[in-house]
Design a protein around this ligand. Structure first.
Ligand SMILES: *Cc1c(COP(=O)(O)O)cnc(C)c1O
Length: 345
């Protein structure tokens, strides 16, 4: 069987999770009748110290509903250049919400509050687009699983308050940040007006994200979710997988982080220009092939021929992501495959 490190979304529900799905109590969630969805929304909201939550089929929808609650049509959201909201949601903020974005670049996606605050232009009157919100991605996906420093988040919050700007957290992998940093989820939650979290990344559920905020915003987001065509019925089946994931798969993320670090150290030993192990904070191993004679897609092809699937996300950027269906034996095997693929010219 191939070792698939393209993403942490490739995991398959375990027998225990399938059991939880099959025995879930359900109801019609459009009527608010599904007890398993309701309890999941309440559970996740309380983990982050938020009043309410709304279940969504994807993290992209949770992000889009969140920023829609903060930014009016014709106003501006600031985000990092390689953030998921800007690069991987296919222009949804513009298409559905009339939101424009302006970006600041950051090495490895690492947040520096000043970078964002410097380009903010609130209340720009009739001349320029007015900034109304800033998005932070934690961990930063295309930045290589970077954990954002809580000190920078705190100073961004202070600066945003001074300017009257709202903050959105794209917390698709906030679970990884929490496990890596030891910082409480509620501590992360307190700085942001809206928070999106994914159950289908490292936590291993087949589907599901939750948007968190005040009760008033979540009531409104629920209307927009239905308008977008994502009002769903007996989805306690999916929420049960989310509960199971929170019960069983949160603490074990540290194993994914350990294996990612092992991969990084082994790859660094093959060629130090590919990666700096200290910059691997969580479960994402991003490789810079700019000093090598092969492209990222060539490396991905070579690995795939040997049974290791990795992503080529740019001409010289490849990505490996560890997850709950990847164990120590596969980690050792992946390292052997990478040695051969990287050394052969
Ligand atoms: C995966 C991801 C999302 C959501 O992706 P979906 O595929 O829409 O569930 C959002 N933000 C980040 C940073 C992600 O990595």
């Amino acid at each position: 069987m191939a070792i698939d490190l393209r993403s942490d979304t490739v995991t398959r529900p375990s027998p225990g999770m399938r059991e939880a799905i099959s025995s879930a109590a359900v109801g019609d969630d459009v009527y608010g009748d599904d007890p398993t969805v309701n309890s999941l929304e309440e559970r996740v909201a309380s983990m982050f110290g938020k009043e309410a939550g709304v279940f969504t089929p994807t993290g992209s929808l949770a992000n889009q509903l969140g920023i829609r609650m903060l930014v009016n049509p014709g106003e501006e959201l600031l985000a990092e250049t390689n953030s998921h909201i800007v690069r991987a949601e296919l222009g949804a903020a513009a298409v559905f919400s009339g939101i424009t974005t302006r970006t600041w670049p950051a090495r490895n996606g690492l947040l520096k509050a000043a970078d964002a605050l410097e380009i903010a232009r609130p209340n720009s009157g009739p001349y320029l687009v007015s900034t109304t919100a800033i998005a932070v991605e934690n961990t930063h996906n295309f930045g290589g699983g970077t954990v954002q420093p809580i000190s920078e988040i705190a100073s961004l919050k202070k600066g945003a308050d001074d300017l009257g700007l709202a903050l959105h957290l794209d917390g698709a992998r906030i679970w990884n940040a929490h496990i890596a940093s030891g910082i409480a989820l509620a501590e992360y939650g307190k700085y942001f007006d809206t928070v999106s979290v994914c159950l289908s990344k490292g936590l291993g559920a087949p589907v599901g994200s939750v948007l968190l905020s005040t009760k008033a915003r979540i009531d409104k987001a629920r209307v927009w979710r239905k308008r977008y065509g994502a009002g769903m019925r007996q989805i306690g089946l999916l929420a049960a997988a989310g509960h199971y994931a929170l019960d069983n798969n949160l603490g074990r993320l540290s194993e994914d982080h350990r294996r990612a670090k092992e991969l990084a150290i082994a790859i660094h030993a093959i060629d130090a220009s590919l990666i700096t192990p200290d910059e691997v904070h969580t479960n994402i191993v991003g490789l810079d092939l700019s000093q090598l004679p092969i492209s990222a897609s060539e490396l991905a092809t070579r690995c795939r021929e040997k049974g290791l699937w990795i992503s080529a996300l740019g001409p010289t950027y490849a990505r490996l992501v560890t997850h709950l269906d990847f164990d120590d034996a596969q980690c050792a095997e992946a390292i052997e495959i990478l040695k051969v693929a990287l050394v052969a010219q």
